[in-house]
Design a protein around this ligand. Structure first.
Ligand code: ADP
Ligand code: MG
Length: 251
């Protein structure tokens, strides 16, 4: 296996006079094809960590190496190009364009990335929407469909450029239990096909689907739990292990 992501002693501070140190020397590695979840109390620095390892935000010091490149040294332009080409993002709220159809929202990043021809983009977009069961509402506007359909649209959009890695910040945070399960299943399928996933969640059930869970406390990684591939172990077992480990962390 090869590493797709590595951080070396990453620090993140906010503010000038009243400095807050939010990330305090993060060293982590993610293997290609791995599914990693970041957990921790609210305010422990999970979102900050995700934004710093994905280049959405700039580290104060330390290195972030992604796919063989030291992205912590990239300028904004280079970083946004790399993000478009190789990374996908999903959030609690989708940031889709309200006046555009689901289909156009899905395809927009592909037209920006210029990685594929128009024909390929249409085919890819349609086939993604089919596999996530939203092809029937593809021409609807975002405000005409359900929350689950919106989140599935956001996932399609995140995947349209075939990213090497998919980042998520609480992507199921605004969904009900059955839609959460749907999204969890989709993420496992995507991961099984080879996409690396790094996800922040506070939901133990979501975390139990990952290969490995990292626990963040006050800006430091204090523990991790390896569960292995989802297909290899019963869900109930994984959830029990995860819950027990989380209790040990004081979650
Ligand atoms: N842009 C910012 N400016 C100042 N402080 C911030 C900023 N972003 C996050 N923080 C602070 O960093 C800490 C961790 O925040 P965050 O990463 O959002 O935590 P989590 O996602 O684990 O809830 C919090 O104390 C928060 O107030
Ligand atoms: Mg957060």
């Amino acid at each position: 296996m090869s590493k797709i992501l590595e951080t070396k002693n990453v620090y993140k501070e906010f503010g000038q006079e009243n400095k807050t140190v939010v990330l305090k020397g993060i060293n982590m590695e993610v293997e290609e094809g791995e599914y990693v979840v970041i957990m921790g109390q609210s305010g422990s620095g999970k979102s900050t960590l995700l934004y710093n390892i994905s280049g959405m935000d700039k580290t104060t010091s330390g290195e972030v190496i992604f796919d063989g490149e030291k992205i912590s040294e990239f300028d904004d332009e280079k970083m946004s190009q790399l993000r478009l080409q190789k990374m996908g993002f999903i959030f609690q709220h989708s940031y889709l364009l309200k006046k555009m159809s689901l289909r156009d929202n899905v395809m927009l990043p592909a037209f920006k990335a210029k990685k594929y021809s128009k024909k390929e983009i249409l085919e890819k977009g349609n086939s993604l929407m089919e596999s996530l069961h939203i092809e029937g509402v593809a021409d609807h506007a975002i405000n005409q469909v359900s929350g689950g359909q919106v989140q599935r649209t956001a996932i399609c959009r995140a995947l349209i450029n075939e990213p090497k890695i998919l980042y998520g910040d609480e992507p199921t945070g605004a969904l009900n239990a059955s839609t959460t399960r749907e999204v969890m299943d989709i993420l496992n399928t995507i991961n099984k096909k080879g996409t690396t996933i790094v996800l922040v969640t506070h939901d133990a059930k979501v975390a139990a689907r990952a290969d490995r869970i990292i626990y963040l406390q006050d800006g430091e990684i204090v523990s991790s739990l390896t569960l292995g591939k989802y297909e290899k172990q019963q869900e109930k077992n994984r959830e029990e292990k995860t819950n027990q480990w989380l209790r040990e962390q004081g979650f």
